[in-house]
Design a protein around this ligand. Structure first.
Ligand code: IVH
Length: 693
């Protein structure tokens, strides 16, 4: 993993050191108590490194509450003592630091090679779950590591932590409690509906939820076990076994008892025999991080064997046999400066947050999506607020929540537009996403330019400038008008000579022959992009069948659920006059090679679709070469589907084949990681040869 070590904060004197310790202690307390810290994780890590640097130079001036010497979190009176301390982990930030750590580990174990167990570092809270004869009796937070808070009231709300194990054993299971992305969304919905402030991120939500004793509502969380140890009452045979098993064996045992572990995720703990194997796995986990349904902030690498762990021993804060390889932070706190309201091609008026620029994982972020006005109100966002911004992988950055305790009183309310900011028409506020009353006619230029684009009707010579010209001249008021343009009308326009006119007319004539999937996509039905349009068109085969479909029928299309189906049906009804007009202008309304679906109830008899890729899910990545060189990504996906396959943009266990061209990066790495079949563009061309030319 090519990554620079996160630079430490620079501390210049004892006063700055004392301030840094105070800031870090406050941030750590907020972190462990479920509040939102004023420091994001990255800033906190840098601060602690700066503190450690200063302490190395000034060993006599170390303050007792420095975060470097102590287990994170603090014990409160009345806490339950841990039988074995619940330790924290030291961090490394680069391959070099990791390699150096393995060298020191080897010195301690006296062995050259170590068997490692490598798994995700789950971004939640540590918890100890005590089982007595297989029954879950007590849940305890980490606290200061020697004693923690009793949170047994949460029993029954944590998925993956069964109230009864599959065997009647007395053991302590340790692991992380967190909220998956879906659980977090749900928790914030429920919380704001009860008048609460939304949590800034899943971690805070889990911390706050775990400690809340008297809530009128419960929201689910998820547990991942990463440790299994005996309790004083454990029978001696089992106790000895637990003390002797390797970490990987303990996890298999936990899984067998019914405890949820990483084994059931896309990033299971694996055993690695060499440093290179560990680093490969680190890369593999980092590559899929953005797509995981739960947050991870690194990778934990442990000496797998009990004897190695014993030989390495533990310090007061962290074991010497395990290390956290931190991944770059995906969240930073910055300020929300403005909110812009942009009208999209379908008339949706979408708010976008303008941020004080902030660097997240190497990119400077200045904008973040805000979903809709209701969401802004629900989260009580204000201009000038400090906000938690999340950006993972290629996903568009989003604002998670305001950091309410950093408010100064200077924050201003966000004003919602009363009229469409583009055309001044009324706004339809009937749904969560506001829409200009003019619908897709509001931003006609954007909607026509989209329809003419390469992946839709592919009308050469009809760029945005020409579209503006046509609209301004009053020649085009909707998509269908393009197809009834006359030669003399075009010739009368400025900068339209004979050649340009004839070329444009020829391109329009060609566009009329595009397959239904592209016509549908050009219509810009909300919620249906290129791949969904292809699926709908292939399923129904003709526009008449699409229009005849009710929500139930629409749901038979792969990827369309109960929520999306009615809105697609409603929007197609809204588009009916335009579709009629397009059909009357001679635009093709059928999908070549597709057959209409059998009537409802008869699907089971339908023959499976054939083709060289039948039943396969295919991901295309990198630059295509050879016969496929000229094909856009969309055209490649069309080819996959014509060959009977399903195209997808992300690699997962369900992927059957990855076509990796030149420069393929993380998707190729992920395919290798998951052992998925890879093909070069040439090999793929041979596979679908019957459909080429
Ligand atoms: S092992 C004594 N494994 O990260 C070894 N910890 O920053 C301690 N964590 O205190 C734990 N995922 O709360 C381990 N797969 C994993 C983990 C993990 C997350 C947490 C744990 C720990 C903290 C240290």
């Amino acid at each position: 993993m090519r990554r620079m070590t996160t630079p430490a904060a620079v501390i210049v004197d004892a006063a700055a050191y004392a301030q840094a310790v105070e800031d870090a202690v406050r941030a750590a307390a907020a972190y462990y108590e479920g509040g939102t810290s004023a420091l994001d994780d990255d800033t906190y890590d840098r601060l602690v490194r700066g503190i450690a640097d200063w302490e190395a130079e000034h060993p006599d001036g170390i303050l007792p509450d420095s975060p470097t010497g102590k287990v994170a979190g603090g014990a409160v009176e009345g806490d339950v003592p841990h039988t074995v301390p619940m330790l924290s982990l030291d961090n490394v930030f680069s391959a070099e630091e990791f390699t150096a750590w393995t060298a020191s580990l080897s010195r301690r174990t006296g062995r050259e090679a170590t068997r490692f167990s490598v798994g995700p570092k789950l971004d939640g809270l540590a918890i100890a779950a005590r089982y007595s004869d297989g029954r879950l009796t007590r849940l305890i937070t980490r606290g200061d590591g020697t004693a923690g808070e009793d949170v047994s009231h949460a029993i029954g709300t944590i998925e993956g932590l069964p109230e009864k194990l599959d065997e009647p054993v007395t053991v302590e299971v340790r692991g992380e409690v967190l909220m998956t992305a879906a659980q977090f969304e749900h928790a914030n919905e429920v919380r704001t509906a009860h008048g609460g402030q939304p949590f800034a991120n899943p971690r805070n939500a889990a911390a706050g939820t775990l400690r809340a004793k008297e809530r009128v509502y419960t929201v689910p969380m998820t547990f991942f076990g990463y440790g299994l140890l005996p309790l004083p009452d454990t029978d001696s045979v089992l106790a000895e076994k637990l003390n002797e098993l390797a970490h990987s064996e303990l996890m298999a045992l936990a899984d067998g008892l019914g405890v949820h572990t990483s084994a059931r995720t896309a990033v299971p703990d694996v055993v690695a025999e060499t440093v290179d194997e560990v680093l490969d796995r680190v890369e593999g986990i980092a590559a899929v991080r953005a797509e995981l349904p739960f947050g991870i902030d690194g990778i934990v690498i442990k000496a797998d064997l009990a004897e190695d762990q014993r030989a390495a021993g533990s310090g007061s804060r962290a074991p010497r046999w395990a290390i956290a390889y931190k991944l770059p932070a995906v969240e930073k706190i910055t300020r929300l400066l403005e909110v812009e309201w942009n009208v999209g091609r379908t008339g949706i008026i979408a708010p976008r947050g303008v941020l004080e620029p902030v660097v997240i994982d190497g990119s400077t972020i200045t904008y973040a999506t805000l979903h809709n006005p209701a969401d802004i109100t629900r989260r009580d966002l204000r201009l000038g607020d400090h906000v938690m911004v999340h950006r993972a992988g290629d996903v568009i950055p989003r604002i998670e929540a305001p950091v309410a305790h950093l408010r100064t009183g200077e924050e201003r309310p966000i004003e919602f537009p009363a009229q469409c900011p583009r055309c001044g028409s009324d706004i339809d506020t009937g749904e969560e996403r506001w829409r200009c009353a003019q619908g897709r006619n509001c931003h006609l230029v954007a909607s026509l330019a989209y329809a003419a684009g390469r992946d839709q009707l592919d009308i050469e010579g009809l760029g945005a400038t020409r579209v503006v010209q046509l609209v301004d001249a009053g020649l085009v008021a909707d998509l269908a008008d393009l197809f009834t343009l006359r030669r003399e009308q075009l010739l009368a326009l400025e900068r339209m000579g004979e050649t340009s006119t004839d070329n444009l007319l020829a391109a329009l004539a060609k566009a009329k022959e595009q397959p239904l999937s592209r016509v549908l996509c050009a219509l810009g039905v909300r919620g249906t992009g290129r791949s969904m349009s292809r699926r709908i068109a292939r399923y129904f085969a003709t526009m008449d069948h699409i229009r005849a479909a009710d929500a139930d029928a629409m749901q038979r299309v792969d990827g369309i659920g109960a929520e999306k189906a009615p809105s697609i049906v409603a929007e197609l009804a809204e588009l009916a006059p335009l579709i009629d007009k397009l059909a009357a202008a001679g635009v093709n309304m059928t999908e070549p090679g597709a057959t209409p679906p059998p009537p409802a109830g008869a699907e089971d008899d339908a023959p499976a679709e054939g083709g060289p890729l039948a039943g396969m899910t295919v991901v295309v990545t990198g630059a295509m070469t050879g016969k496929l060189e000229k094909l856009s990504r969309n055209e490649m996906n069309e080819l996959v589907e014509r060959a009977g396959g399903r195209s997808s943009s992300s690699v997962s266990k369900k992927t059957s084949l990855v076509v990796a061209g030149e420069g393929a990066g993380s998707k190729r790495a992920k395919a290798e990681q998951l052992g998925i079949r890879l093909a070069t563009p040439e090999e793929f061309a041979a596979l679908v040869a019957e459909l080429l030319d």
